[in-house]
Design a protein around this ligand. Structure first.
Ligand SMILES: O=c1[nH]cnc2c1ncn2[C@@H]1O[C@H](CO)[C@@H](O)[C@H]1O
Ligand SMILES: [Zn+2]
Length: 372
């Protein structure tokens, strides 16, 4: 790969970025969590200043286990139970992503988690969409245009996936681009939700599945082969189906002789996108470090890899920071980041002409400037 010049975070902010895997309830501003807790009378926050709260989330999420990582969401979900709170969080999300140089984002959340104070599922979705629209308008005014779509997530341990899938289809022409399942992966295989996936395929709708994060190949196999997923949320354990040549390291420039198993071949042949989230994977213990992340192996073997944040609050990260971390670990230059960004845009749940326009009008011109 191109060993580009040394990048700074500011350089990475300038690059147009596409984000496919970001959780709304994992990306709140710490100060907003505090404001909303005060407004709604939620008194269980573990800290009372923005800095201390940011620190608490990052440390608590650094647990080495997906289950413990997910416990931290109790606090963000607790303060996202009114239309006003949901709209504010969504507006700030769009603004923060635009400020970071993200030009297209699909942001996901689970409507079923936001009905504790009496909102209906429809009201939850409407509030979030209104917030995204406001955020997009503000970003445009600031000269940092962004397009934000949302994905509706169903929790994989629960039993509401069919209902949430129907909700996603119903809002399909109002800013909901697709569907997802998330939550604790072990013990909750994707095939539990076949009904929802069958329904979505029948509706010509798009979906992604969190698979191959905390659980390995069987989860990826089900998501791809039984459920027919369009993309893989994480999919990092794809590496378990790849045998590298002796002596190969995680930062090599090529992997001659690498052997792919049946699932890896299928995913690569079909160009099924991998929504890789480097920092999140380190926190949940899916990988030991960024330097050992299979991102580079998968990229060099030409899987359709994309770079994502997962949860900006829990990982104290941004898209630009994920780019920088990958640059530091693997020496990627702008040509590489353009490829990952085009991969992501090609994989977006937008119509073909819309994806093409973003690639031709926004992404390629943006990288052309950076590449001088
Ligand atoms: O990396 C992840 N793996 C699995 N589930 C996740 C991850 N990040 C967040 N959530 C779950 O998705 C819900 C809706 O956004 C969150 O509340 C959290 O429980
Ligand atoms: Zn996720």
């Amino acid at each position: 790969m191109t060993n580009g010049p040394d990048f700074t975070l500011a350089d990475c902010v300038l690059a147009p970025k596409v984000l496919l895997h970001d959780h709304l309830d994992g990306g709140l501003r710490p100060g907003t969590v505090l404001d909303l807790a005060r407004e709604t009378g939620y008194d269980k926050l573990p800290a009372d200043t923005p800095d201390a709260l940011a620190e608490w989330f990052a440390t608590a999420a650094d647990s080495g286990s997906l289950e413990r990582y997910l416990e931290t969401f109790a606090h963000t979900v607790a303060v996202m139970q009114t239309s006003a709170a949901l709209s504010r969080v969504a507006r700030e999300c769009a603004e923060d992503l635009a400020t970071d140089g993200v030009v297209y984002a699909e942001v996901r959340f689970a409507p079923e988690l936001h009905t504790e104070h009496g909102l209906t599922l429809d009201q939850v979705v409407e509030a979030v969409l209104a917030g995204f629209a406001e955020g997009e308008a503000r970003a445009r005014e600031l000269g940092r245009p962004i397009v934000v779509r949302c994905l509706l997530t169903a929790m994989r341990h629960a039993a509401r996936s069919r209902e949430i899938a129907e909700l996603a289809v119903r809002f399909g022409d109002r800013g909901v681009a697709g569907f997802d399942i998330a939550g604790a992966e072990a013990g909750n295989p994707p095939s539990r939700h076949l009904d929802a996936f069958d329904y979505l395929r029948g509706q010509n709708s798009h979906f992604t599945i969190h698979a191959g994060e905390a659980f390995g190949l069987p989860s990826i196999h089900e998501a791809v082969s039984f459920c027919g997923t369009d993309r893989l949320g994480h999919g990092v354990r794809m590496i378990d189906d790849i045998t590298l040549p002796p002596g190969a390291g995680p930062a090599d420039h090529s992997y001659p002789g690498a052997q792919l198993g049946a699932i890896a071949n299928y995913v690569r042949d079909k160009r099924i996108p991998l929504e890789l989230c480097p920092s999140s994977n380190v926190q949940t213990g899916a990988v030991a470090s960024i330097a050992e992340h299979p991102f580079n192996v998968l990229a060099q073997l030409r899987f359709r890899v994309t770079v994502n944040t997962d949860n900006r609050l829990m990982s104290n990260t941004t898209m630009s920071r994920e780019f920088l971390l990958l640059h530091e670990a693997f020496g990627y230059g702008w040509a590489d980041f353009q490829r990952f960004t085009v991969n992501a845009m090609k994989s977006a749940f937008l119509h073909f002409d819309q994806r093409l326009e973003m690639i031709d009008e926004v992404i390629k011109p943006g990288y052309a400037v950076l590449m001088g």
